[in-house]
Write a protein of this length. Sequence first.
Lengths: 511, 81
Amino acid sequence: MSLTSLVFVLFCIITFFLYFIVPKKIQWLILLIASLIFLFYDNFSVFTVLQLLIVILSSYFFGRLVDKYRDTKRGKVFLALGIIIILGLLIYLKYTNLFLTTFNHFLMLFGNSYRFELVHRTSLIGISYWSLIMISYLIDVHRGAIKSEKNILKLSLFMSYFPILTSGPFIRYDDFKDQVDRGEKKKFSYDALCSGLVRILWGLFKILVISQRLGYFVDHVYGHMVVLEGMYIFLAACFFVLQLYTNFSGSIDIIMGVSEILGIKLPENFKAPFFSTTITEFWRNWHITLGAWLKDYIFYPLLKSNFMQSLNKKCKNIFGKKIGKKIPLYLSMLIMWTLIGIWHGGAYTYIIGSGLLQFIFIFLEDVLEPVSNKINKKLGINTDTFSYRLYQRIRTFLLFSFSMIFFRANSVYEALRIIKHMFVWNPYILFDNTSLYYAKLDMFDFRILIVSLVALFVVESLSRSYNVREKLFKQNIVFRWGIIYALIFAIIIFGCYGVGYDAASFIYRQF
Amino acid sequence: MTKEEIFERLNNVFRDVFDDEEITVDENTTSDDIEDWDSLEHINLIVAVESEFGMKFNMNEVTTMKNVGDMAKIISERASK
């Protein structure tokens, strides 16, 4: 069910209605039913039902067992079994082809003509989210941070809560239970409705007006890169990052708005990432809940593991304290970034684009920091100025755009070819009246894009200092409704609805 | 182990980990007060505290402790067991 489809609007209205008229005791049940409908709407089959049953039953029973045998060897075995089953299912459904292609390449390398056929498996929507969410549930039970859930249906709601299925964010069992299960009945609130709706509108604006439009350009250039080279590719690479961001954060806005109306607060996933001055900072503001998940369940445990600690000691003895302690750190980071890349998709383009390149950037930022500090000092550059920060922001954006060429390309080879074709000097296409419009978008589209992107950056900039929606609701009625109507009309008039209505497919949905 | 004892030993650990002889921690010291105390140094600190006091924090404690007071509380709870 696409978040920009009429079906989804109808689905939400019915869910809201039922949710607010039933007694508190069964409100969660309405959410569960709605979530199951959402989960199976696009692919209902024996195979997908089986997937749900496997995950739910293993999380439930192993969760109970881990709780019962906490701090014993048996508890650890149950934890491991639970994780292996959930992770196994994820790998089986998402990563079989990665193994098969790798294997095929090896066969080719040794002159063997046999090839394994790639498989196509339908997985339940949101698999990359709910598998990790359920793994963290089991680990939290094991760590004693939470008690295991006694009601299997409530655990099912935690796993399948429909707003998070399309593109996250990652939620924690404790936060979620606090809001859904404990406390008062969720009453309908007019304020929450307004605030939620404005957020939904903002999300629709980002997706339909900006992201879809940028997508036309990006798709066209990537499809014709031999003819459209140089500046076109450079623009397409930058546009793709903006397309990805407006699409991803736009769908997050929509589902956050929906959840806000339901009275359930979800953790924020973005914090104006394009204002970051380094890639390190960028990832603190981009897909925040993924980063937090990895930190708590992979990075910290890894750094604290006996292996890393003994490596730490050895390196300190050999290289001294300062450099020595960095080596296990970089090694852990390399492992974590590889996993982030793999999480994004079962192909080397993702592993390189959203994993290894990010690691390289962050590694270089850390290593080169003292050098760049020295240079700045020598040249007398004042780094605490708007212009210097602007330079840093543009640099960060360009580095990220570069890495996303891999993310967008169909193969590593294609990505390298794209990069090769990018280095053709033809910036004049920006100025000679018509050249820019070869790639699907006309002058009118570019004007809409410029105005919308300026609006986006202004709102993002304001959002760094305060809650923009709260401020908006404090404005007087004319201004407030003026903005809201402008948003509505912009979506209706300038939205790209593509062929047929349901064109807004979500980039992040496949993950 | 008295509270003073715990904090005295904690001071030594902090000074060693952050390479700064000037550091003195109290219950309300947080990562904001010590410049180098980021999420990475946090783990090194935790490991150093563990080896100093011969105990183990669990991962939940590692990620939820808010200040040095929380840390000292866990240490004294473990010590009295």
